[in-house]
Design a protein around this ligand. Structure first.
Ligand SMILES: NC(=O)c1ccc[n+]([C@@H]2O[C@H](COP(=O)([O-])OP(=O)(O)OC[C@H]3O[C@@H](n4cnc5c(N)ncnc54)[C@H](O)[C@@H]3O)[C@@H](O)[C@H]2O)c1
Ligand SMILES: O=P(O)(O)OC[C@@H](O)[C@@H](O)[C@H](O)[C@H](O)CO
Length: 374
């Protein structure tokens, strides 16, 4: 049987990636550092993926195995040595930690064909980040690394292995590294130019989501749906999306009406009353979300380079700077940075990675100055 090793048995890992690999005929081997999750997967022979929305169907995932990659690294390496595909859904900043294990698996490879590696993270060039880390450990890697854009909302789950998930999905993978021989993976759309797809997704779905989370929590809302039901807040999110739309239309040539339809669908998806999602989950890891090529600074920088308006994106950045959630390590780090006494321009560089000569830089400094004055 064909084996797929999947790092990250969390929400999108179990609910989307592993389910599609399973449906494609792969035996899925989960690798995760959470003993609780791995123990549950080892004990329980199957779990359900419960879809919500148009055409919803419940699915069963079974026939998998699960390994704790922290305590049983050698077992994961042996699986990779013999696998056809490795996927990840661990978070973009965690890729550096799974890379050495993948590199050791590649070095121990028992199959002649290259290993297919796809990082399923919210990041532009997520697989490139992973590939660069793998190559630090195994420069002669025998692998095909392909970037992707993955879109399906999976809110925090209430416990157990079952996953409740929206029925909508989009998994777009770069075809170009495969030289015509793409692997058979159910539900994947293969494309020759991934850039427009990942930027449309990250700068619409994730920008809207994050802006709703930061403005929402700022005003005392717990859920994204409640926040978006407020006309004033909905108008602010629409204004943010009007800015990113301008970039997507100008840069990638998206039809303005099609982009508007994509925006309307996004707002409906993120307000789905049957898929309760919290501002805390969606706003998680604010330092990642405020970084240079991410959902706010990424589009704002490109708009500013074109002399276009970014006030609503900057306003959302201002709200993100107030994200103060004790359980979120990056939120704690962000608040510590902001209260550490550093000047606003130094903070702007540290938090966003923007170079001081960039046209957006002075505006970000202003937003930080306002935050420091609060
Ligand atoms: N949830 C969504 O709606 C959604 C949708 C699309 C993309 N994504 C992206 O998918 C990724 C995962 O998101 P999620 O919502 O499933 O998060 P999650 O927290 O539910 O799952 C992440 C999993 O990774 C595991 N992990 C952490 N460090 C690890 C390591 N070193 N090795 C192996 N496993 C490790 C964690 O234990 C956890 O089980 C993120 O990049 C996210 O942006 C999420
Ligand atoms: O996963 P993050 O932290 O990058 O972003 C939070 C949400 O916006 C995200 O998980 C969405 O639910 C998902 O990207 C939808 O496809």
């Amino acid at each position: 049987m064909r084996t797929a090793v999947h790092f990250g048995a969390g929400n999108i890992g179990r609910g989307f990636v592993a389910q599609f690999l399973h449906e494609s005929g792969y035996e899925v081997v989960f690798a995760d550092v959470s003993e609780e999750l791995i123990g549950a997967l080892q004990k329980q022979p199957s779990y359900r993926v419960l879809e919500v929305g148009e055409g919803a169907q419940d699915r069963v995932v079974d026939g998998y195995r699960a390994i704790n990659s922290k305590t049983h690294e050698a077992d994961v390496i042996a699986e990779i040595a013999n696998a056809e595909i490795v996927t990840t859904a661990v978070g973009a900043r965690i890729l550096q930690f799974v890379a050495p294990v993948i590199a050791k698996g590649l070095a121990a490879r028992t199959r002649p064909e290259p290993l297919v590696v796809i990082a399923c993270e919210n990041a532009i060039g997520g697989t490139d980040i992973l590939a660069a880390e793998v190559r630090k450990h195994d420069p002669a890697d025998n692998a095909v690394f392909a970037n992707c854009a993955i879109d399906r909302i999976v809110p925090e789950q209430s416990g157990g292995l079952d996953v409740t998930i929206e029925s909508f999905f989009e998994w777009v993978v770069d075809r170009t590294p495969f030289a015509g021989a793409t692997p058979e993976i159910h539900g994947v759309t293969w494309v020759d130019d991934l850039g427009p797809f990942i930027e449309r997704k990250l700068f619409t779905v994730n920008t809207a989501h994050a802006a709703a989370a930061y403005h929402g929590i700022d005003r005392g809302w717990v859920s994204i749906r409640e926040a978006l039901a407020t006309p004033e807040l909905q108008a602010e999110i629409r204004a943010v999306l009007a800015e990113t739309k301008e970039l997507l239309v100008v840069k990638h040539g998206f039809d303005p009406d099609e982009q508007q339809a994509y925006i309307e669908k996004t707002l409906k998806r993120i307000s789905n009353p049957h898929l309760p999602d919290t501002c805390e989950r969606v706003g998680r890891s604010p330092l990642r979300k405020l970084s240079r090529h991410e959902r706010f600074i990424g589009p704002a920088a490109e708009l500013a380079e074109r002399g276009l308006e970014v006030w609503n994106l900057l306003n959302a950045v201002g709200a993100a700077l107030r994200f103060d959630v004790e359980e979120d390590a990056e939120s704690v780090e962000l608040q510590a940075l902001l209260s550490g006494g550093a000047p606003a321009d130094a903070l702007a560089e540290t938090i966003t990675g923007l170079e001081p000569s960039h046209p957006l830089f002075p505006h970000v400094v202003e937003v930080i100055e306002l935050r420091l004055a609060q």
